[in-house]
Design a protein around this ligand. Structure first.
Ligand SMILES: Nc1ncnc2c1ncn2[C@@H]1O[C@H](COP(=O)(O)OP(=O)(O)OP(=O)(O)O)[C@@H](O)[C@H]1O
Ligand SMILES: [Mg+2]
Length: 275
């Protein structure tokens, strides 16, 4: 059995079980019910899989799910320079649309965003922490797990569909591994992912995506700065300075990407060609 510690959770992995200890009971219950609801979407759509829950004890704060065998996350694929990451990112975009189209929950907990950033017609049940760390491939099948809203956004499970899209793409830029900085094509990865989503949701509006991205940009970059300080606090002054420099460059690249999307036509290029 191996164990590792993350900021507020504790994880144990053994041969067949992935066990998560979460001190925050509300977050644990939310993750349990969202994972259960997501399993139905996975079965109905046939597009992806969700690890099956095998144990849930809200009193001791434990959630157990089947261990996904030979899991390779999309981050690991990108970091290894595996070209298959692009079709996997496209598929992740398609799967996210299927989630938005069908995921349902009994309770509606709205994301803490102003109404103009999440108009009613764009509100859906969300994954909440959709990132390339929480999507992976196992034995040729795409898995989506960690169905809990990112702590920066509280416990919301419902809100603008563009939130999951902004979160996923922002993460591609902000968590680029520094040693791979020079060959980290976050722009291409983000474009392919968004194209996957748009292939099932032609009403995708790049300007709405970009507006939410620009509005969340300060809090997301700030949040990541604090998050990364933990992982980069060791090492020489030069190493920390280099890390901070890279992170700032990647944040700027994300801003440029968002502004580029804001100028894009809402109609995808292939639809122009068909017209
Ligand atoms: N069922 C599973 N089987 C095998 N590995 C898993 C499973 N679920 C998650 N993992 C791996 O463990 C990592 C951490 O798990 P998870 O994403 O659930 O927690 P977390 O990212 O720490 O939570 P949070 O994002 O809420 O802080 C994942 O990125 C993935 O690589
Ligand atoms: Mg995770």
């Amino acid at each position: 059995m191996s164990t590792f510690k993350l900021p507020s959770i504790f994880i144990e992995v053994d041969a067949g079980v992935f066990r998560k200890h979460l001190p925050d009971g509300t977050a644990l219950k939310a993750e349990y019910s969202r994972t259960t609801a997501a399993s139905l979407v996975a079965r109905k759509s046939g597009l992806f899989s969700v690890p099956q829950i095998v144990g849930f004890d809200p009193h001791s704060g434990v959630l157990e799910s089947e261990r996904i065998q030979d899991l390779t996350t999309l981050r690991q694929m990108a970091a290894a320079g595996d070209r298959q990451v692009y079709p996997a990112l496209h598929q992740a975009g398609e799967c996210l649309e299927a989630v938005h189209a069908s995921l349902r929950a009994e309770n509606v907990d709205l994301l803490p965003l102003p109404a103009f950033l999440q108009p009613e017609e764009e509100r859906v049940f969300l994954h909440g922490d959709f990132t390339f760390d929480n999507v992976g491939i196992s034995l040729g099948r795409l898995f989506i797990y960690d169905w809990s809203t990112a702590s920066m956004m509280g416990h919301g499970n419902y809100g603008s569909r563009y939130f999951d899209l902004v979160w996923f793409t922002g993460y591609l830029f902000q968590t680029a591994p520094p040693r791979l900085f020079w060959r980290w094509n976050a722009e291409k990865m983000a474009r392919v992912f968004l194209a996957g989503y748009r292939s099932r949701y032609p009403a995708f509006d790049p300007a709405t995506y970009a507006r939410l991205g620009v509005c969340l940009y300060p809090s997301m970059t700030d949040w990541w700065r604090h998050f990364c300080q933990g992982s980069s606090s060791s090492g020489s002054h030069l190493r920390r300075a280099t890390f901070a420099f890279w992170r700032n460059v990647m944040a700027r690249r994300w801003k440029v990407f968002l502004l580029g999307e804001a100028r894009r036509s809402p109609v995808p290029p292939d639809a122009h060609e068909l017209a």
